[in-house]
Design a protein around this ligand. Structure first.
Ligand code: PRX
Length: 633
């Protein structure tokens, strides 16, 4: 199963394309099934309707936990490093994690959660979040983890969309020097949700909170009432495992749905190969469980492989910019997986914080979430990987469930800034805008997949038609990723970035329409247009052009209010970096905003703006250029 050299890669790849069902059957049959599947794959990209391991019955937690409790009960499953380096961490063995999960699963049952019910998890990076995720899976409840940096309004929208019955949260959260009042945000959010019956609160910061009678209960009180015996619910391969909301090019977030069987097989297979995890290794992914990276490569993938997975509560720059490297040395981390934005931010702090640590234990270093620029790639490779650890630039999406394109350490050839080759079972193609496949190498095109892999999304929660139109209707019989890519002479892929109205800020996906909707909530705003622009640390920054219905006396005060509005509507991650008040937006005669022009101005490049004379309001372009802080005068 684990690919060890180039010949094996080629052999596996060939088999996966020529006999995909045989290829995946070989992998899937190594898992614990309550009842074997009848058929490996049934698919139709037109509808879309994709079924993997049909009629197989399983519970993913038996594969994450029970299996390992039988063979390696005392192996460390989760290491938790708290925000404050002077506080004590946690190490749970597989036996201990199993016990916690079964107990919390019984807590959920006691709070009336049944198979198929949705449970929202809004928590900081504490190991109890992993427990809550697995406890849902144990009883067949569908988890919807919402990143605890989202605002009360965003939380409410996600809870209502999935009609979650229970919310699991904490009193507060520690992030660097900040203490965040998580429960207050939940109170405000849940006040807008009629579906919520119970809120279970984990005590983390011990800050004062208000418990609402009949609705709120403490995690620790509930855990006292239950035992650790909780049989795993029998799930169909195609039963929903979780919903995870992500941004699209229109306003409303999309609830990406993953199912039990295929997600299990693919996250395991990709984890083992991309990170080349060995028996006693310590693996660390710095993502938050609120994003897909945390779901697939902190919780499910590593636990399915019986690995030791490290969870970190804090931030990379507190108490200082050496924190990541301190943790690597402290736990002798072997595989380290982070985002380019973190690398760029640490790079800007110089080499001193790195030089304090040996980093000798590292074997593989990884990157995810956005294109990694060459300078960051080289810095990461030289100073962290010491030019001896393969750097895996892993390309994938919330919708793909797992890594699709990535180097395999010591197996496939690296190239800086390239995600390189598809993993076995993954069939990428580049299409031109008319949908013709570009077969040659040394080309650029729109990145699509022409064949399903086991962890492809199945639907968008409550909106299958949107799933079809967004991903499967642009090009017939293809899954469209929304990314543009380049393929070099050796067939290696480099992801260029989104080709739709989605921007990637510090590895977080943001719909421009979503940010515009938030800005437009401010009573003075007539209209706004949001675009991305190149940002040294964040990859892309948010640039907002705003038309205001009155003369603003203090532009700074107005901008502060806009930022506050966005923070309230979405969360701090969506706050614009640059706000420009404009008298109009460049529009075509049919009223469409010419975003291309706005993007160019935002990047400080005013060459080749094209013919602006046909616009409805050509003068406004001059004004925008004149007042843009990005254009050098
Ligand atoms: O544009 C691609 C970018 O992130 C998008 C997916 O975002 P999300 O669903 O939030 O998942 C992020 C973590 C898997 C993609 O469409 N992206 C992700 N990984 C890379 C990347 N861009 C370039 N290189 C990558 N390695």
């Amino acid at each position: 199963m684990r690919i060890r050299n180039w010949d094996e890669y080629q052999e596996s790849y060939k088999l996966s394309v020529e006999q995909p069902e045989k290829f995946w059957d070989n992998i899937a049959k190594t898992f614990k099934w309550k009842k074997p599947y009848d058929k490996v794959l049934d698919w139709n990209f037109e509808k879309p309707d994709v079924k993997w391991f049909e009629n197989g019955k399983l519970n993913i937690t038996e594969n994450c936990l029970d299996r390992h409790v039988e063979t390696q009960p005392d192996k460390t499953a989760i290491i938790w490093e708290p925000n404050d380096p002077n506080d004590e961490g946690i190490k749970w063995t597989y036996r201990e994690l199993h016990e916690q999960v079964c107990k919390f699963a019984n807590v959920l049952k006691n709070n009336n959660v049944k198979k198929g019910d949705r449970v929202c998890l809004y928590m900081p990076m504490v190991p109890q979040l992993a427990v809550a995720v697995l406890a849902c899976a144990r009883i067949g409840a569908i988890h919807s983890v919402v990143f605890a940096g989202f605002s009360a309004q965003s939380l409410a929208d996600r809870i209502n969309d999935a009609k979650c019955k229970v919310v699991v949260t904490s009193d507060g959260a520690f992030r660097g020097q900040k203490e965040i009042p998580i429960k207050d945000i939940v109170d405000e959010g849940v006040s807008k949700c009629e579906c919520v019956e119970k809120v279970i609160v984990y005590k983390r910061t011990e800050q004062f909170i208000r418990l609402e009678n009949d609705r709120d209960v403490w995690w620790h009180d509930e855990m006292e009432k239950v035992d650790a015996d909780c049989p795993a619910e029998e799930m169909d391969s195609e039963d929903m495992l979780f919903i995870l909301y992500t941004s699209g090019s229109t306003g409303k977030p999309k609830g990406v749905v993953h199912t039990c069987g295929g997600y299990m097989v693919y996250t395991y297979y990709s984890f083992v190969n991309v990170f080349q995890y060995e028996e006693n290794d310590v693996y660390w992914c710095t993502a938050d469980i609120g994003w897909i990276t945390g779901h697939s490569y902190i919780v499910y993938g590593p636990l399915l492989a019986g690995a030791t997975t490290l969870m970190f509560e804090g931030v990379p720059t507190w108490p200082d910019a050496g924190r990541f490297w301190d943790i690597c040395d402290k736990y002798q981390v072997n595989q380290f997986y982070t985002a380019p934005t973190a690398i760029r931010s640490l790079m800007s702090k110089g080499l001193e914080p790195v030089a304090r640590y040996s980093l000798n234990s590292l074997k593989v270093i990884g990157s995810v979430g956005e294109p990694i620029n060459e300078e960051a790639w080289r810095w990461y490779n030289t100073y962290i990987g010491k030019e001896k650890c393969p750097l895996v630039d892993t390309w994938w999406q919330t919708e793909t469930g797992g890594i699709l394109i990535s180097p395999i350490p010591d197996v496939t050839e690296l190239r800086p800034t390239y995600a390189t080759y598809p993993l076995p079972g993954v069939q990428p193609v580049l299409l031109d805008k008319d949908g013709n496949e570009i077969k040659e190498n040394n080309v650029e095109g729109l990145l699509c997949m022409k064949y399903p892999w086991p962890s492809i999304l199945r639907t968008l929660y409550g909106d299958h038609e949107r799933c079809r139109t967004v991903y499967f209707s642009t090009f017939k019989n293809h899954y469209f990723t929304g990314d543009g890519a380049r393929r070099d002479a050796k067939g290696r892929y480099r992801i260029i970035g989104r080709v739709d109205d989605v921007i990637n800020v510090s590895g977080h996906r943001m719909g421009t329409a979503e940010v515009e909707n938030a800005i437009n909530e401010h009573p003075w705003v007539v209209e706004s247009a949001v675009v991305g622009f190149p940002h040294d640390i964040k990859g892309q920054g948010i640039y907002a052009y705003i038309i205001c219905d009155r003369h603003v006396h203090s532009e700074q005060a107005f901008k502060d209010e806009i930022n506050e509005t966005v923070r309230k509507e979405i969360g701090p991650i969506a706050k614009p970096d640059i706000i420009q008040v404009v008298s109009g937006l460049p529009k075509t005669r049919s009223g469409k905003i010419m975003r291309r022009i706005l993007r160019k101005v935002a990047s400080g490049d005013i060459s080749n703006l094209g013919d602006t004379s046909t616009l409805l309001n050509p003068d406004v372009v001059e004004e925008i250029i004149e007042n843009s802080p990005m254009v050098k005068k």
